[in-house]
Design a protein around this ligand. Structure first.
Ligand code: NDP
Length: 284
């Protein structure tokens, strides 16, 4: 346990909506595995009430929060405005998915990118170094992923977003010659070896409209979203002949483990938790 981690403590995941979140299940499994006595719930914040909800949680003695859609970028601003400290990877991402409250001190971190990298490399055997990666989306999850992929040594990172200006903003923020913004209709010609789906289209109900040729060259297709057995994006990839791909359930478990490590000072084993979640999800 880290020096600051109380023996028993309260955590939650904050978002809107939040009832779908599997984070409470994952952290309960980590706690059981490591013998930690923690309580981990969900916190629904009004869309205009992120800061107030977090302040209330702190006042009630909360030790840490995971932050999910749509608050990750807001959380990054909030930590800085409050005079808290922010990790280099969260700052590079401009998005925070993990908050730690320790004796009045606030720390903001981003574990999404590390979770994605661990899932891709360790679970799916993808060697990221030198790869040509196309990233669909420029929201909080994409931001976390982008800086971690660059740090891992990808050769090129091409970012396409429905709203192109947001992709360009992300590229500017990354300040790395290997990162560039491409138009949505240009994805098919981008020569992706790894195609990462990081939009919330499936989640927000809108269809993700992909241009022709997007699966050309049969890249490894990774969907940060997850669903029982497959996702709409992975179905499309398979129909287009892509043999290799994965959904984001492994990333979910890995980013949670990184948060748990930050809070509790111990890295839980992720494989049994991933396997159990996979069975639950696919059996649903
Ligand atoms: P944000 O709200 O921050 O960003 C949403 C992104 O999706 C934006 O780039 C947005 O584009 C794009 N988008 C939304 N709807 C559409 C659509 N119909 N067509 C095309 N693009 C669309 O969300 P997050 O980045 O936090 O989350 C993105 C996804 O990643 C979610 O599904 C989330 O569940 C998943 N995720 C998974 C994790 C995991 O561990 N597996 C961790 C974190 C996130 P625009 O800028 O034009 O609005």
């Amino acid at each position: 346990m880290s020096s600051g981690a109380p023996p028993s403590a309260r955590y939650a995941v904050i978002g809107n909506p939040i009832s779908h979140s599997r984070s409470p299940l994952i952290h309960a499994a980590f706690a059981a595995q490591t013998g930690a006595s923690i309580e981990y719930g969900t916190l629904l914040a009004p869309l205009d009430g992120f800061a107030a909800s977090v302040e209330r949680f702190i006042a009630e003695g909360g030790a840490g929060l995971n932050v999910t859609l749509p608050f990750k970028e807001q959380a990054c601003d909030w930590v800085q405005q409050r005079g808290g400290s922010i990790s280099a990877r969260a700052l590079a991402a401009g998005a925070v998915n993990t908050l730690r409250f320790d004796a009045g001190e606030v720390l903001g971190d981003n574990t999404d990118g590390a979770g994605l990298v661990r899932d891709l490399e360790l679970r799916h055997g993808i060697a990221l170094r030198g790869m040509r990666v196309v990233l669909l989306g420029a929201g909080g999850a994409a931001r976390g992923a982008a800086q971690a992929l660059l740090a891992r040594g990808v050769a090129a990172l091409l970012i396409a977003n429905r709203t192109p200006a947001r992709a360009r903003q992300l590229v500017t923020a990354l300040a790395d010659q290997r990162a560039s913004a491409i138009e949505w209709h240009g994805i098919g010609a981008a020569g992706a070896q790894l195609l990462l789906q990081a939009t919330s289209a499936a989640f927000t109900g809108g269809a993700l409209e992909l241009p022709a040729g997007v699966f050309a060259g049969q890249p490894f297709c990774y969907d940060m979203t997850y669903a029982p057995r497959s996702t709409a994006f992975l179905d499309q990839a398979r129909q287009a002949g892509c043999r290799r791909g994965a959904d984001g359930l492994g990333m979910l478990v890995e980013q949670a483990a990184e948060s748990f490590l930050l809070w509790r000072g111990v890295r839980p084993q992720t494989e049994p938790v991933y396997r159990s979640l996979r069975e639950q999800l696919d059996g649903a």
